[in-house]
Design a binder for this molecule. Structure first.
Ligand SMILES: Nc1ncnc2c1ncn2[C@@H]1O[C@H](COP(=O)(O)OP(=O)(O)OP(=O)(O)O)[C@@H](O)[C@H]1O
Ligand SMILES: [Mg+2]
Length: 357
């Protein structure tokens, strides 16, 4: 177990800048999730930590040790790849034992460790089988067992659940979290699934276009997203972002949203008087009412998901606000008032996209 530090990492593939000054600290024993859209540089980051790629600039540190130029075998890491191959011609036992054999462990120690890893992943009854005799989830667990059997200092997981069906994914993600806690290994886990990230992470690093945009606990990135990219990438349905004008009048500060005004106590916004901003509010922090103080709109569209009802409310020609509610909503076409939970309103600068309140 060790702390991992990336300092100013730049990685070019020809003209493609895959990583653009990535700085990241992963604490000893922490579960860090790299989250971001396809092509943002997640796998490249893992491969650089593993030593499978060399950065063009910057350093990789394991504790005080600069490992930037060390080959993978000199770093105490294990990696589960995006396409988690288990060897088809080897039994489950031999698959898990393989990295131990490479490292020339004694036969008795190999048996002890394989048993330990197999019990942790609850595949101890499958050790004599071959991969084609396993379900996808079992094969997945073999790949994870093979990664932890050497008790690595750092466990790197690249979308290890991407090939599983939705139900199994949900089950496996909590298993992986429990396993990481039990073993206490420093884990860096890649996914583009935001729910998976929220469950597995102690902290999340949100990436886009080779940059880390925000690092924080799941609560942090969800409740205080650093910019509009993070705000809309995390959470489903997405956070609402609507254009608004800030007005300071004798009564205080108001947001003009749609055709209505919303009063807001935020001293830091006074200097934005007369300027346009983006108002962010999550669908679960929006309430609907037949009348009252709020943003006027018309029910446009309703999606019933069983547990929740998603209501799209049109507030002007080109903007809607989405609400997540439990009660039966008014019929499509009805006039309605949208109430934004004041403490939950987030305000972003429309040019930089950065959070300003
Ligand atoms: N060997 C390579 N040669 C050229 N370009 C590459 C190479 N590997 C990655 N890239 C490019 O670098 C960028 C980052 O790729 P990377 O594989 O790290 O993305 P990712 O975040 O893991 O995406 P995904 O979610 O699709 O796996 C992409 O634009 C990709 O096309
Ligand atoms: Mg990838």
């Amino acid at each position: 177990m060790v702390e991992v530090r990336l300092e100013g990492i730049v990685k070019m593939f020809g003209k493609v800048r895959a990583l653009d000054d990535v700085n990241l600290e992963i604490n000893d024993g922490e579960s860090m999730v790299l989250l971001g859209p396809s092509g943002c540089g997640k796998t490249t980051t893992l491969r650089i930590i593993a030593g499978l790629e060399k950065p063009d600039k910057g350093r990789v540190l394991f504790g005080d040790r600069d490992v930037t130029m060390l080959p993978p075998r000199s770093r105490n890491i294990s990696m589960v790849f995006q396409s988690y191959a288990v060897w088809p011609h080897m039994s489950v036992f031999d698959n898990i034992a393989f990295p131990l054999k490479i490292k020339k462990y004694q036969e008795s120690e190999i048996r002890r460790r394989v048993k330990w890893a197999a019990e942790l992943l609850r595949i101890e009854d499958l050790l004599d089988r071959y991969p084609h005799q396993l379900s996808g989830g079992q094969r997945q667990r073999v790949a994870v067992a093979r990664a932890i059997v050497v008790e690595p200092e750092v466990l790197l997981m690249d979308e290890p659940l991407s090939n599983l069906d939705a139900l199994l994914r949900v089950k496996m993600r909590s298993e992986i979290k429990k396993l990481q806690r039990a073993v206490g290994v420093t884990m860096i886990y890649v996914t583009h699934d935001q729910t998976e990230a929220m469950v597995i992470a102690d902290r999340i690093a949100v990436m886009d276009k080779g940059k880390v945009l925000q690092v924080g606990t799941p609560e942090d990135v969800y409740n205080r997203p650093a910019d509009t990219f993070v705000a809309t990438f995390i959470g489903s349905p997405q956070m609402n972002l609507v254009k608004s004008m800030i007005r300071v009048a004798s009564g205080g500060l108001y947001l003009e949203v749609g055709r209505s005004k919303v009063k807001l106590e935020r001293p830091e916004l006074y200097r934005y008087d007369g300027r346009e901003v983006l108002v962010g509010i999550r669908p679960e922090h929006v309430k609907l009412a037949v009348n009252g103080e709020g943003v006027e709109g018309v029910v446009d569209f309703v999606e019933n998901l069983g547990s929740d009802i998603i209501v799209h409310v049109r507030i002007n020609e080109d903007e809607t606000i989405v609400a997540k509610v439990q009660e039966e909503p008014p019929a499509v076409g009805s006039r309605i008032v949208v109430m934004l939970e004041e403490a939950r309103i987030r305000v972003f600068d429309p040019e930089s996209g950065k959070l300003i309140s």
